[in-house]
Ligand binder design. Structure first.
Ligand code: G3P
Length: 218
């Protein structure tokens, strides 16, 4: 399973990259705003800074809602770096844009997926990734992981190569359950990724080993 980090925070991206497990980055306008990145030139420069840190795909989201606007933005974003993947919302014009970009072999990530039907349409249009938001479904008392299971079954039925990129991850159990189901990618905050490292028996076991190791030196 691929690990992407879901942030526009450069320090956190560096930390995940240095851990040696990072396969890519996803961003969205809210994550960029959270880092105080405003103004078109600053946004483009920030994407470049992310691409310079990470080895792998970097999703950059369009803010147009019409197909021509999306394609114009895609052109500009693609000029930043070959790692850029064009993130496009699942609306009718988004599907049209994905279809055209896919025909030109430009990678796309279809976002704001909340149903398996939406994922099916995005795959049919040739999206490289679909991003189902499981945490936001959990937030409204729906089982977010079920959509990952459904999409996995549908894609496997027809051999779609579109990758399931589980997004809106809230914690380590989301990551583990996505891995059990067979999501191709999870994009998570750094805290959810590093939480996978933690176990109290590891901490106490290591403390005991280090304590006993002191006996070697006497
Ligand atoms: O990047 C899209 C997605 O991961 C958003 O997550 O936490 O805002 O629901 P969240």
């Amino acid at each position: 399973m691929k690990f992407f980090i879901d942030t526009a925070n450069l320090a956190q991206i560096k930390e995940a990259q240095e851990l040696g497990i990072l396969d890519g980055v996803t961003t969205n306008p809210s994550l960029m705003a959270k880092e105080g990145v405003v103004g078109k030139n600053n946004v483009l420069a920030h994407y470049k800074a992310i691409c310079d840190i990470v080895d792998g795909d970097v999703s950059a989201e369009v803010i147009s809602t019409d197909v021509q606007g999306m394609l114009r933005e895609a052109e500009e974003l693609c000029e930043i770096d070959p790692k850029i993947v064009i993130k496009i919302p699942i609306i009718a014009d988004g599907i049209k844009a994905i279809k055209q970009l896919s025909a030109r072999e430009i990678k796309t990530n279809c976002t704001l997926i909340f149903s398996s039907g939406q994922a099916l349409l995005a795959a049919k249009a040739g999206a490289t990734y679909v991003s189902p938001f499981i945490g936001r479904l959990d937030d409204i008392s729906t089982e977010g992981l079920e959509i990952i299971e459904d999409i996995r079954a549908i894609f496997d039925n027809y051999g779609y190569t579109t990758e399931i990129l589980a997004a809106s991850i809230r914690g380590p159990m989301h990551i583990i359950n996505c891995a059990k189901i067979g999501a191709d990618v999870v994009t998570a905050p750094l805290s959810a990724i590093t939480a996978l490292l933690k176990h109290p028996l590891t901490d106490s076991g290591l403390a005991k080993f280090l304590e006993d190791a002191k006996k070697f030196n006497v």
